[in-house]
Write a protein that binds this ligand. Structure first.
Ligand code: IMP
Ligand code: MG
Length: 180
């Protein structure tokens, strides 16, 4: 895309070691439990697919898709489910798999909704967290990496549906800002 510059933030190796570490923690904490992963589409698809290959415990996998209506890079807080979870969640331990937490509104909405299905527990695993941008209180139980208030792309994460397929993670800046 023209007018933007992609600045490297996390390499494939860095992502791999973050994901591996998260998988170790999750495998340890959920051993002997009935874990269902709920992956938030589309952004977390690549993270999920790498994470599950490092898990040492059996899991079930489901997907949810949420739309948040707002202008450009900022989400509005009006959230709607466009694809719901299909597996039964009652009595299960649920771990939500998210790419990046920004205002926190998407996760708060989904967590509140999943709780209605009477699961045994609901926790959150996010690859990236922009703590400075939080607008609602939500705890990230398994966090890959804290990031500054920058716009992220790659490794499943998009900018207007671009860059999802990149294996590395970048932050976007206007092209002229990088010319000094
Ligand atoms: P929240 O509801 O404000 O926390 O927004 C979370 C959602 O916004 C994430 O699932 C992402 O899809 C999207 N998002 C937040 N920050 C970024 C970013 O830096 N790049 C791309 N998408 C983002
Ligand atoms: Mg998302």
């Amino acid at each position: 895309m023209e007018g933007y510059h992609l600045n490297p933030l996390l390499s494939r190796e860095q992502i791999d070691s973050i994901v591996k570490k998260l998988a170790e923690q999750i495998s340890r904490d959920y051993r002997g439990k009935e874990l269902t992963l709920v992956c938030i589409l589309k952004g977390a698809f690549m993270f999920l697919s790498d994470l599950v290959r490092y898990l040492e415990i059996p899991v079930k996998i489901d997907f949810a898709r949420l739309a948040s209506y707002g202008a450009g890079m900022k989400s509005s807080g009006t959230i709607e489910i466009t694809k719901d979870v299909e597996l039964p969640l009652e009595g299960r331990d649920i771990l939500i798999i998210e790419d990046i937490v920004d205002s926190g509104r998407t996760l708060l909405f989904l967590k509140d909704r999943l709780v209605l299905a009477n699961p045994r527990s609901v926790r959150i695993c996010a690859l990236l967290n922009k703590k400075a941008r939080r607008e609602v209180e939500i705890e990230v139980d398994y966090l890959g990496r804290e990031v500054d208030d920058v716009f992220i792309v790659g490794y499943g994460i998009d900018f207007n549906e671009n860059y999802r397929s990149l294996p590395e993670i970048y932050y976007v800046t206007p092209a002229d800002q990088t010319k000094r």
